[in-house]
Design a protein around this ligand. Sequence first.
Ligand code: UD1
Ligand code: MG
Length: 461
Amino acid sequence: MNKLCVLIMAAGKGTRMKSALPKVLQPVLDKPVIDYVIQNALSVGINPENVCVLVGSGGELVEEHVRKKFHSVKVLWQREQLGTGHAVKTAREFWKDYDDLIVLNGDLPLMQTESLKELIESCGKNDCTVITFNAKDPASYGRIIRKDNSVSIIEFKDASPEQKEIHEVNAGCYAFKVKSLEKIIYNITNNNSQKEYYITDSLGLMNDAGMSTGAFIMPEGDMLGVNTQRELSDVSCVMRERIISHWLNEGVRIPDTSSVYIGSDVKLSSDAVIMPNVQIYGESVIGSNAYIGSGSILTNAIIGDNVRITAYAVIENSELKEGSKVGAFVYIRDGSCLERNAYAGKFVELKNSSIGEGSKVPHLSYMGDATLGHDVNIGAGSITCNYDGEHKNKTHIGNNCFIGSNTMFVAPVEVEDGAATAAGSVITQVVPENALGVGRARQKNIADWSLRKRIIKSSQQ
Ligand code: UD1
Ligand code: MG
């Protein structure tokens, strides 16, 4: 195969978004628009070093994001945004030594791998090939003019009334022979209604120079551009539907598809059940037969087979292993883990804590920076006092421990295997193996106290 590279244009001002956030960083579900475009290029097997993102408007943020998430992908700057033709010319340093150049608009998150593969296969057939689609409402897309065997593009603002009637439009994906592009790129002018250099003019220039141009049509639903908040919302809806259809086909049960949101990098297994109003994002993985109850929001959550999340759980960067259960209203975060068959119940928060196999934290507890062994029972209302105002300190509770209700663990502190604590204890020292830790004032009863109080009250009336 010829040496091929991909240029993603992401420098535009995105004025129509009316937002301080650069257009290509606006989210579709849980990920910025640009991520879908870059991932598409990488998913067809293009080496990241052969992919370049051109940044400009809001470029610091875009560059930082791309470098952090897609390490080897190149970033170049277009300091002044004078149009897409100027953008491609500005990036010449990147593409000049390749044989073929794929140019993609950075605002096409719905484009599928098949379209990109077909565009790559078209390399060499023409000096330039573009992807088009038949738009129900062609709006401000560039119109495709087919004449004999050639294709050219006229931008909406420069089109005649007859040309505006054309429904076949330019998607913003181009395959160029580099040698041919070099011959005409400096001839693109800004002699048009927007005073911009259009990459779309390159086709007309190629036709005039006797070169060959072509186009193939893809479905409209894959080619929608993001230029306004309306389009961002429409694109997000299409993406959400597409992902949900995929998982329904894989045997996931989603009784109410209208209220469920699943990110494109999430993996689900067959017979998982996703109840209404659930959102699953990031690199979450959901096991077989797992039940994700209503109102739960999972981000980077690894959920094992047969896990049951009753409802309203927020789980971030944490793992629930096979057979574990989570009650309603739990918040599990920052690298926490429920081992097999463990349980975190109602109104429980776990932070950077691991709950051992078969252990239970059933009600109203906070476990932060804690490790619990297997078969531990934590009484209602128990908490770790893990933060002393400066440091986060660890609590270690061994195997088979029984923790009385409302125990405070003043960390760092340890409860050894088989030990117990009395309800209401403030534990500040090690509780040795099999001991009972009692850390509370002894109860004192004052005889007839209520009676005396009542007598005083009645004498005052
Ligand atoms: C462009 C096409 C239009 C096509 C449509 C498809 C041109 C002139 N028009 O219009 O024919 O139907 O896409 O969605 O190309 N960009 C830069 N630098 C610039 C200007 C733009 O990097 O100086 C980037 C933008 O960030 C964006 C992409 O190029 O990702 C396309 O620019 P945009 O302004 O969205 O063009 P459209 O008006 O959508
Ligand atoms: Mg656009």
